[in-house]
Design a protein around this ligand. Structure first.
Ligand code: F6R
Length: 234
């Protein structure tokens, strides 16, 4: 794991955007794995800036988002669909057909997971996966547990995650209890991974991710087994 210490949120965002931009310049038909949440917002802003300056072309890029809440319509302002279009896709020249986000309003979540995994395989896997980390050490919505699911699956969100994410909802009761998430094996198969962590509440999980110990109770600690992870951290 390569650790890149940074001193500000803006520096973290710029460095992550630079890594993504270099990847796209070197391989225009890159397959990107994308995250939502507070952490990557600045990175998306930087990528949009690079696109507007004419320095980046997303026309051949394919994307797969890590996760989506189950039970929210695609138009719901807290759905990850809404977030991705609002903060990124509406502002760059990515092709609609190349965008993939698990469908949280699906009638058949299990089939949706199988289809999602198949779509990732069909394009030859993810070249560069962008990750944030939960206060409980989750990546995607792979929650701490003695057992982890390898592939894309339906997950029951932990109380800690529901509490942490309630800041985006009117109240705790409005936070969905379930989500679809890529599994740890799906994530680990990415050729390259960029993990960003910013803020004091991420100190505890990040110390575990760099501890040398691997535990399914800290899903992000599995990243220590991957041979091309860049951790950008304050
Ligand atoms: C989001 C995701 C989550 C977040 C994590 C951190 O798609 O997969 O793992 O990256 O919960 O969220 P923030 O950045 O809001 O602290």
């Amino acid at each position: 794991m390569k650790i890149k210490p940074i001193s500000s949120y803006s520096k973290m965002s710029k460095l992550a955007a630079k890594i993504v931009a270099e990847q796209i310049i070197n391989k225009p038909n890159t397959v990107l794995g994308l995250a939502t949440g507070g952490t990557p917002l600045g990175m998306y802003r930087e990528l949009v800036k690079l696109y507007k300056k004419g320095e980046l072309d997303f026309s051949k890029v394919t994307t797969f988002n890590l996760d989506e809440y189950l039970g929210l319509s695609l138009e719901h302002p807290q759905s990850y669909h809404y977030y991705m279009y609002e903060n990124f896709f509406n502002h760059v020249n990515i092709e609609e057909k190349n965008i993939h986000i698990p469908k949280g309003d699906t009638k058949d979540p299990v089939q949706e997971c199988l289809n999602y995994e198949r779509e990732i395989e069909k394009v030859g896997g993810i070249d560069l996966q962008v990750l944030g980390i939960g206060v409980n050490g989750h990546v995607g919505f792979n929650e701490p547990n003695i057992n982890l699911e390898a592939r894309t699956h339906v997950i029951q969100l932990s109380n800690e995650t529901i509490r942490a994410n309630s800041r985006f909802f009117k109240n705790l009761d409005k936070v969905p209890r379930k989500a679809i998430t890529m599994g740890m094996a799906t994530i680990m198969k990415s050729k390259k991974i960029v993990l960003m962590a910013w803020g004091i509440e991420k100190k505890k999980p990040i110390l575990k991710v760099t501890s040398g110990h691997i535990a399914t109770e800290v899903p992000a600690s599995l990243l220590q087994v991957h041979n091309d992870v860049i951790l950008i951290v304050d």
